[in-house]
Ligand binder design. Structure first.
Ligand SMILES: *Cc1c(COP(=O)(O)O)cnc(C)c1O
Length: 372
């Protein structure tokens, strides 16, 4: 056997995105101990950089060891008490996953169902809260990567707070890609992932908790059922002024990578990153329309970092994606659930969001679908 040598792909699916060479280089630096004072300094810098990325002053802002789904589960297991009622907005795959976690917390999910490809409906959300007074937590996805739809989480948070609920926002695909302002929008808890618009390898989940959420966790009636994800314990390692006692061995080199990717974001400036994603997303949609591929999501709910495009009749979804990968080295995403075979999902996330990739992908798709 030989060492594994991955092909050079252009990653334009729903994640991971291509990783910047500086981030790959950072990852290969020598491993040090996870309680080494130099490593603790790095953790503090990461917390500061994540505060910038999330636009928050929340003290409890750090990276959970694990993919975005572990971030999701961490937020839910800490905020959801057994027997409580949780409003779960479902407009794609990830809302469905949150419902399943709520059930595993022995709580009762109250679901607001929305069509796939649409934002969460604000009226339906408010009516559900009015009709279910026992709800204590509301959860929703900012950027539904499974469909390409963006929800108005600022408005959802305002409504939830009028009903004295805490909110958890899934910002896995939004962080770094579209405006996300944790403090200005009063979002209590948010989690994200490293491999979407931050363009870092997968395996880390940035999270942020405001003081209301931390207060809630400290005063829970029941102990958090997960040992690994119990924030009361994790903060002994990541917390401010903590003794930095051993909790688990941090993924040291992955944290080097996250630090470097957050430095890149800071160097570009977060507003510039948001506008780059918007400009490139708009351009992708207009180039796709020229070759007959129409956007699936309506314009004011469309994500620039993940475009769902309708596949015309007579085109074989799987064979086009296979040729794209094999002949052109370009990866795009398939439709999920009911959208399987009906849409493609084209990502322009982080380092992958550039003009060259748009041109390469549209040219290749044109050759494959309009070849006669
Ligand atoms: C990718 C994604 C997740 C899950 O992240 P993993 O790193 O795959 O576990 C959750 N929510 C959204 C919106 C995502 O796009």
């Amino acid at each position: 056997m030989n060492p594994f040598s991955p092909p050079k792909r252009i990653l334009m699916g729903p994640g991971p995105s291509n990783v910047h060479p500086r981030v790959l280089e950072a990852m290969s630096r020598p491993t040090i101990g996870h309680l080494d004072p130099k490593f603790i300094e790095l953790m503090d810098e990461i917390k500061g950089l994540l505060k910038y990325a999330f636009q928050t002053e929340n003290e409890v802002t750090f990276a959970v060891s694990g993919p975005g789904s572990v971030g999701m589960e961490t937020c839910l297991v800490n905020l959801v008490e057994p027997g409580s009622e949780v409003l779960v907005c479902i407009n794609g795959v990830f809302g469905g996953r949150m419902k399943s976690i709520v059930e595993r917390c022995d709580a009762k999910p109250i679901v607001v169902n929305n069509p796939w490809g649409s934002a969460v409906d604000l009226n339906l959300f408010e009516d559900t809260l009015k009709n279910n007074k026992a709800i204590t937590v509301c959860v929703f996805v900012h950027a539904e990567t499974s469909t390409g739809a963006k929800s108005n989480i600022k408005a959802l948070t305002e409504i939830a707070h009028q009903h004295n609920c805490l909110v958890i926002a899934d910002t896995v695909t939004s962080l770094g890609g579209i405006p996300l302002k944790i403090d200005e929008w009063n979002i209590d808890v948010a989690y994200s992932g490293s491999q979407k618009c931050l363009s870092c390898p997968p395996g880390l989940a940035p999270i942020t908790f405001n003081s209301r959420a931390v207060e809630f966790i400290k005063n829970r009636e029941n102990i958090v059922q997960s040992w690994f994800m119990d924030l009361n314990l994790v903060l002994g390692y990541w917390g401010k002024g903590a003794k930095r006692a051993y909790h688990h061995t941090a993924p040291i080199n992955s944290l080097y990578a996250l630090h470097e990717s957050l430095l890149l974001l800071k160097e570009e400036g977060i507003e510039n990153s948001w506008s780059r994603h918007q400009k490139n997303g708009d351009e992708l949609v207009s180039e796709l329309e020229k070759i007959g591929l129409k956007p699936f999501v309506k314009v004011n709910e469309r994500l620039p970092q993940l475009t769902s495009t309708t596949i015309q009749d007579g085109i074989d979804d799987a064979s086009v994606r296979k040729s794209l990968l094999q002949k052109y080295n370009i990866e795009i995403g398939a439709g999920l659930g009911d959208l399987s075979g009906k849409v493609w999902r084209i990502g322009l996330m982080g380092y992958s969001s550039n003009e060259e990739n748009i041109n390469a992908c549209v040219r290749a798709l044109n050759e494959l679908i309009n070849k006669n």
